[in-house]
Unconditional design. Structure first.
Length: 180
């Protein structure tokens, strides 16, 4: 998103946790689940037009179902090395789909991930603005929001409120729009 020029205090940074791996899991984005137009009665259709079967598990979705809890456990245990290694591994799943030397290379599948990411980031920007807040910038998996608060603690409290509302509204939007 185009940045708003200027200097700002107490900016809220809203970051999607593990965006691309989360999108793969949520929308069943997987080479085995990729469907031609005539292959699925009720596909999940990505913003780029790619279609995916609703029936799990796929290869990548199954692996991510195992890795997400392992990363959470490593974080809880304070094992930053394991947490970071798992994060990099999970993020590599997008990379293998977009790299022509990989067996799973598939531009439509890789682009489904980025198209979902872009659509949900823009949707989230509009939703945050509907809360009366100004989005200063956005990039891939983050939004930067003007808090309007001079006190850092008040800004943190506002940030928690905005995150709770956005998480609730985004989950509802995804359930209604894609039934996942």
């Amino acid at each position: 998103l185009t940045p708003e020029r200027g200097l700002y205090r107490n900016v809220l940074v809203l970051d999607f946790k593990s965006l691309y791996p989360g999108l793969i899991r949520t929308f069943q984005i997987d080479p085995l689940g990729y469907a031609r137009a005539d292959e699925s009665d009720d596909p999940i259709v990505a913003p780029n037009g790619a279609r995916f079967r609703r029936e799990p598990p796929g290869i990548l979705t199954g692996l991510l179902d195992e890795l997400f809890p392992r990363r959470d456990q490593a974080k809880r245990e304070g094992d930053s090395v394991a947490s970071f290694a798992i994060k990099i591994l999970m993020n590599s799943f997008f990379g293998v789909l977009g790299t022509s030397v990989c067996r799973f290379y598939s531009p439509p599948v890789a682009n489904a991930i980025t198209s979902f990411g872009r659509e949900l980031l823009i949707w989230s920007k509009e939703r945050v603005e509907s809360y009366g807040k100004r989005v200063l910038y956005g990039d891939t998996d983050s939004l930067f929001v003007e808090s309007g608060e001079s006190d850092p603690e008040a800004a943190r409290g506002l940030g928690r409120e905005v995150v709770a509302a956005l998480n609730r509204d985004l989950a509802e939007h995804i359930r209604e729009r894609w039934r996942v």
